[in-house]
Design a protein around this ligand. Structure first.
Ligand SMILES: [Zn+2]
Length: 818
């Protein structure tokens, strides 16, 4: 009963009940009740027990105990005042089998996280780690933190979730102030999920790039299955066994290029015992035989559009959409086995002709798709996936769709459609919003009817329509704020696909946006008629993009701040330009003497700095633009730059020769500080040099920068001294890239950044396009936080087709209404 109450209520109730008799001064509210937990190390008997279980990374990281209600909880201090440590970090050595569940959960409490930039949880397994991030939703109250396995990244070569032998919790430095946090009730969650997604980790050692892709597609699959309303867990393909697969209704192989023999054998036994499998892209050998499908050769597209959509054959899966768009670039041309399987759908090209290649092959125990499932083309993609699942497990869709119906009104924290209606009435939502709500209700009724007659696809269409109406109603009820800087970064120099710059600028203005920041130049390429940088060939065909964007913005009445990727040459610089740079020793070199991938211009090289400044100044001189915008105005990381030129120039600047280059730069603490300051100065020189010219020549042109979120640490790691740029007035606004989807984290970051920026406006970057769920309500709640913190504006990443066509119009209905 108690555990159903929201945590905030629990915290309130417990605060009342613990008010008398008075608790110890540092006592915390009781930990919310939860089911059993597995690590008593989070409830140490005393300080000695805490210290024997948990080991700090720094000698001053000493774990302790706090009292929470009637219990002890683990207390982990973070010593950031007067230290230079990047993080407070604690290790707990314990063998743990996390294989058969979705992830872990624990309770978290901190009175004040404002000196912490983010948290990490690491799981050590074999020769590698799984790494997850979190930030609590609330401060000064207990909150539940969930780390899902599928959302973790691997580092090194971990040997499966069954072999975890150490948990590490790290709090990353945000600013120089001490704090502490408490943990309780570590437990495993989701063990009973009916669907297991097999993550391709076996590749990590031989092909890290492919392993990254495997993790990516496993995550997409998790998201798609969860959106359908089905529970799933993630299992590593390094250590599949009968126990992990037992009782699963379905296993999904999203991209598993190298299944270890033992894991393939476990899957075969699972199929032999009545198990069912969805497999994507890779299926061969014994496992293909067990699935009744014949693997096939790799077929690459000859031109984009060769594989454009999936359409049913004359023996399709029930409920398969008539056409599901997916722009694939290659397939494995698998074939059915007579008497065992059939082609259920074919690939069609962009001209609408069948390619003759199978897209879906179905047997009794398996549906195989000849490419991976991409995260595009909703809502048909969802219906196709459900049809694939339903053909193997007809009992799964009904429950999934019921859950979708229940979720249709769950918008911005509302429990259901009725709750949403109540909230909107309180906000005195307009008649138009009420009409949208009514339509949402009608579509929910329609979905229920379709569900009764088992018409899954129609039911899903109705749910999607219901959700669309409910979302519009909520968006209409949001209120704009006057005089706000509202900008979108636009990563393409050509604006948005299938739109002209005039259409892009008009659409932004129509939805209340005041500025766009289009990416027009890099370290070694320009999408305009530059006299300084190599000009991209597209400029001859499609025109000078700065001129087009600037004119379009002027016409629509919005500002155009031209964005340069500094130092990083990307893949668009001409080879002869790069060879010349290399010959002149102008690209960044790491500690091992290797060129850093990019390549990146070395910022201590005077010729490179001149190139960067000249390009920024050229924009302001030639075009009628509102501003120039720095990005990548930093080093790539700690690894840059150790080239010969840097050695010479640093020794000149810092004094005597560095005996052991570059080792001494880290070993000698005094020298290290000089080195870090020198790196900052190199980057700053480009900002200051640009400002010096533009303030004189073009005082109305604004100078701005996209900056890393955690200045306190990033000033050392990437040499980005943006607090100084603000203090000296070299920039007119900064856009810290606060791409977290978590509100609490965003608020903490922006709160800190406002202080670093001082009098210079800080328009925080909202990372919409980086989020797994590209949710307009989440954008709106970030905007609300920016308003609460009085930033005066915000900047959203990134204006692509989805953002321009789906999110922007929803924002324009309310929160950015012009
Ligand atoms: Zn260098």
């Amino acid at each position: 009963m108690r555990s159903r109450l929201p945590l905030t209520v629990l915290a309130f109730v417990s605060a009342l009940s613990s008010a008398c008799p008075s608790p110890a001064a540092d006592a915390l509210p009781p930990v919310p009740a939860s089911s059993e937990h597995l690590a008593d190390a989070l409830a140490p008997a005393d300080e000695a027990a805490a210290r024997s279980a948990w080991r700090g990374m720094n000698e001053f990281d000493q774990p302790g105990v706090a009292r929470a209600g009637e219990r002890n909880v683990l207390r982990l201090p973070c010593r950031f005042a007067g230290t230079t440590t990047e993080r407070a970090s604690y290790d707990y050595a314990r063998k743990l089998d996390i294989n058969g569940c979705r992830g872990i959960e624990f309770q978290f409490h901190s009175r004040d996280c404002s000196s912490i930039s983010s948290f990490s949880v690491y799981f050590r397994s074999g020769q590698g780690w799984y790494h997850g991030h979190f930030f609590p939703d609330r401060q000064n109250a207990w909150s539940t933190v969930r780390i899902d396995k599928h959302a973790t990244r691997t580092e090194g070569t971990p040997s499966g979730w069954g072999n975890v032998d150490l948990i590490r919790v790290s709090a990353w430095r945000g600013r120089d102030a001490d704090t502490e946090f408490c943990l309780a009730d570590l437990r495993l969650v989701g063990a009973d999920a009916p669907i297991a997604i097999i993550r391709g980790e076996a590749l990590a050692e031989r092909d890290p790039g492919e392993a990254k892709a495997a993790a990516h597609f496993a995550e997409i699959m998790d998201r798609q299955v969860t959106r359908l309303g089905l529970d799933c867990i993630s299992l590593s393909d390094t250590a599949l066994d009968a126990a992990a697969l037992a009782n699963r209704k379905l296993v999904i192989l999203p991209l598993n290029g190298h299944l270890p023999d033992a894991s393939a054998a476990a899957l075969r036994s699972y199929l032999a015992g009545g198990g069912k499998m969805l497999a994507f892209y890779n299926l061969s050998g014994e496992l293909a035989r067990a699935a009744g499908i014949e693997g096939g050769p790799h077929v690459r597209q000859k031109a984009p559009g060769d594989f454009a959509s999936i359409r049913p054959s004359d023996t399709p899966l029930p409920g398969l959409p008539a056409q599901t768009a997916q722009a694939s670039w290659n397939i494995h041309a698998a074939k059915p086995v007579e008497g065992k399987s059939r082609i259920a759908a074919y690939w069609y090209n962009a001209a609408g002709q069948s390619t003759g290649h199978a897209a879906l092959i179905a047997s009794d125990n398996c549906v195989f798709m000849t490419h991976v499932l991409l995260d595009d083309g909703p809502p048909n993609k969802q219906q196709m996936l459900l049809a694939m699942i339903a053909s193997l497990r007809p009992d799964l869709p009904a429950g999934a769709i019921e859950r979708q119906i229940a979720q249709a009104g769950q918008i911005a924290g509302a429990k259901d459609l009725d709750d949403l209606a109540r909230t909107l009435r309180e906000q005195k939502a307009s008649d138009a919003a009420q009409v949208e709500l009514k339509r949402a209700g009608e579509q929910v009724q329609a979905a229920r009817q379709h569900l009764k007659s088992k018409q899954w696809a129609q039911a899903m269409d109705a749910v999607a329509a219901a959700r669309g109406h409910a979302l519009r109603a909520w968006c209409m009820a949001q209120q704009p704020q006057a005089n706000e800087h509202r900008a979108f970064w636009c990563h393409s120099a050509f604006g948005v696909k299938d739109m002209t710059w005039e259409e892009v600028a008009r659409k932004l203005a129509d939805n209340g946006f005041t500025a766009v920041i289009p990416n027009m130049l890099w370290g070694g390429s320009a999408y305009y008629k530059s006299d300084v940088l190599p000009v991209r060939p597209e400029v001859a065909e499609r025109g000078d993009q700065v001129a087009l964007a600037a004119a379009a913005c002027r016409k629509a009445g919005i500002a155009c701040h031209v964005w340069k990727v500094n130092f990083n040459c990307g893949h668009k610089a001409p080879p002869e330009f790069l060879s010349k740079l290399r010959a002149e020793g102008r690209v960044q070199i790491d500690q091992a003497g290797k060129e850093i991938e990019g390549p990146w211009l070395c910022p201590s090289d005077p010729a490179n700095r001149k190139l960067e400044i000249d390009a920024m100044v050229e924009l302001a001189r030639k075009y009628d633009i509102d501003g120039v915008h720095f990005d990548y105005i930093r080093y790539p990381g700690r690894q840059g730059c150790y080239c010969e030129g840097c050695r010479k120039r640093f020794e000149q600047a810092a004094g005597p020769a560095v005996k052991n280059w570059p080792g001494d730069l880290r070993r000698d603490k005094e020298l290290e500080q000089k080195w870090l300051q020198w790196r900052r100065d190199n980057i700053t020189a480009v900002v200051a040099g640009t400002a010096e010219i533009l303030r004189k020549e073009k005082p109305k042109v604004k100078i701005s920068a996209a900056v890393f979120s955690n200045y306190a640490v990033d000033r050392d790691t990437v040499g980005q001294d943006w607090k100084l740029w603000c203090e000296r007035g070299w920039v007119d606004f900064v856009c810290p890239m606060d791409y977290t989807a978590n509100d609490g984290h965003f608020e903490t970051l922006v709160g800190q950044q406002k202080q670093w920026a001082g009098k210079v406006p800080c328009y925080p970057g909202i990372g919409l396009s980086c989020w797994g769920e590209k949710d307009v309500c989440n954008v709106a709640s970030k905007i609300a936080i920016a308003r609460r913190l009085k930033t005066g504006g915000f900047t959203i990443f990134n204006l692509g087709p989805m953002e321009a066509n789906e999110i922007l119009p929803l924002l324009g209905l309310g929160i950015t209404r012009p």
